[in-house]
Design a protein. Structure first.
Length: 134
């Protein structure tokens, strides 16, 4: 069962579109051949920054990571994560543009939480990855 990511609007977002499973080889004559190994792209990346949020919100993100057991359980992402993006871009951010059934997971590294310098406030960095899993 998917874990709900907290409904917090990020202050920064960086997205890398999913990649197609390919490999290539270059012959001695310099000719390159590429091979497609699947019918769906995966491994999209979404990096989120939450600056100057409450410590309770930071703890909610840490709790979501704990509930998902790191990178093992998929996430339900709230619309707040895509706030400010056009509807066309949002289809890429939420994984529906490729029609590939991508599921978002925490990346291998846990969320990073640091004090923002104000009492009770934190800056949090989260890395997510969209994968095809059974």
């Amino acid at each position: 069962m998917a874990v709900a990511f907290p409904n917090i609007t990020p202050t920064s977002r960086s997205f890398t579109a999913p990649r197609w499973p390919t490999s290539g080889i270059t012959s001695q004559s310099g000719v390159t051949t590429r091979r497609l190994w699947g019918s769906r792209p995966s491994q999209a990346q979404l990096s989120l920054g939450f600056d100057n949020i409450t410590d309770d919100n930071a703890a909610a993100i840490a709790q979501a990571y704990n509930s998902a057991k790191g990178a093992t359980t998929d996430l339900t992402l709230p619309a707040a994560l895509f706030s400010g993006a056009s509807s066309t871009l949002t289809t890429w951010l939420d994984g529906s543009a490729t029609g590939a059934g991508l599921k978002w997971f925490f990346a291998e590294d846990p969320p990073s939480i640091e004090s923002s310098g104000s009492p009770g406030r934190s800056n949090v960095r989260v890395a997510l990855v969209a994968e095809l899993r059974l």
